[in-house]
Design a protein. Structure first.
Length: 314
């Protein structure tokens, strides 16, 4: 199977699937190899609302985010993609300038004094795409397969040995050992999925520390968070953390008090000082592209990175 491929993409998370779609829809015979299926990737655990998170928000990242906003907003009209435009607030404990990425959004403004919750210094109201990741990953896999691609669950131990002219490394945390790239650091995230008691707006209270509070509504469920434990590898849900998330989210959004728990999920964000998108010449007309290290912004940056890569290849 792999011997007939123009391109082999390694990794079946949101970055890998989006990259594979961009190549397949450009006419390349593309195959995906992955150690885990989409439903067992970190992407499956994500919240997920558009916006750079746990990654650099400068340089190329802003342009990748801009492309992501455009594509995800367009897909919000497709019921199968499980994307909706949702309004909400992001609050801050200290007064600070608006992040650069906020200006990309067409619908955003500072909170008025009356809108700022008690205990916070300020914040912003904005509207952005909110993505239900389990359904969105299924949409991406189906779209890739309709473009002629195939997905094989098969661990890869040597990128450069894969039999294709073009190899794309979208392995997330796997890149730490596979490249190897010690700059990729795991940042553990735990979320709680609850039945939606009627929440229609998102809530974000970012933190520079290991704990944060957010609630992202996805019609029938709400994804609550969260944690950001740098250097932690444990994928086992922590009951104490679950209770802390439920408590803090109920304080922020009282309607969530007593919401029925559906699932507790844990994933490892592949964090790096800056996402890596660059080519490595393997000789003999073969190229290895690296596309990993997106931190908590895989959904936000995936389309921008995939399209830049596809343009460079063409």
């Amino acid at each position: 199977m792999t011997q007939q491929a123009d391109a082999i993409v390694v990794g079946a998370g949101v970055v890998g699937l989006t990259t594979a779609i961009s190549l397949a829809e450009a006419g390349l015979a593309t195959r995906v190899l992955a150690a885990d299926p989409p439903e067992r990737t970190t992407s499956y655990v994500a919240g997920a609302v558009w916006g750079p998170s746990r990654t650099s928000a400068a340089g190329r990242t802003l342009e990748w985010a801009r492309v992501g906003l455009e594509v995800l907003s367009g897909l919000a009209g497709d019921p199968g993609a499980a994307i909706r435009q949702v309004s909400g607030i992001m609050v801050e404990h200290v007064t600070r300038p608006a992040p650069d990425w906020l200006a990309i959004l067409p619908d955003q403004r500072p909170l008025t004094r009356a809108e700022v919750p008690a205990g916070f210094a300020g914040g912003w109201r904005y509207t952005a795409p909110v993505v239900a990741m389990p359904a969105y990953l299924a949409y991406l896999a189906g779209r890739f397969q309709r473009a002629g691609g195939s997905i094989t669950i098969e661990p890869v131990t040597a990128l450069r040995a894969l039999p294709a002219p073009l190899i794309v490394n979208c392995t997330g945390m796997g890149a730490r050992d596979l490249v190897p790239d010690p700059q990729v650091i795991p940042v553990r995230g735990q979320v709680v999925v609850v039945a939606n008691p009627g929440l229609t707006e998102f809530y974000r209270a970012p933190s520079d520390g290991p704990e944060s509070v957010y609630a992202y509504p996805h019609e029938d469920v709400v994804v609550l968070g969260g944690t950001a434990d740098e250097g932690a590898w444990d994928l086992t849900p922590n009951d104490h953390v679950t209770q802390r998330i439920l408590r803090d989210c109920a304080i922020a959004c009282p309607r969530l008090a007593g919401a029925r728990i559906i699932a507790v999920r844990v994933g490892l964000r592949p964090c790096r000082a800056e996402a890596r998108l660059e080519a490595e010449d393997l000789g003999g007309g073969r190229v290895l592209w690296h596309n990993y290290g997106h931190g908590g912004a895989g959904v936000t940056l995936s389309w921008g990175c995939a399209r830049e890569l596809a343009r460079a290849i063409r």
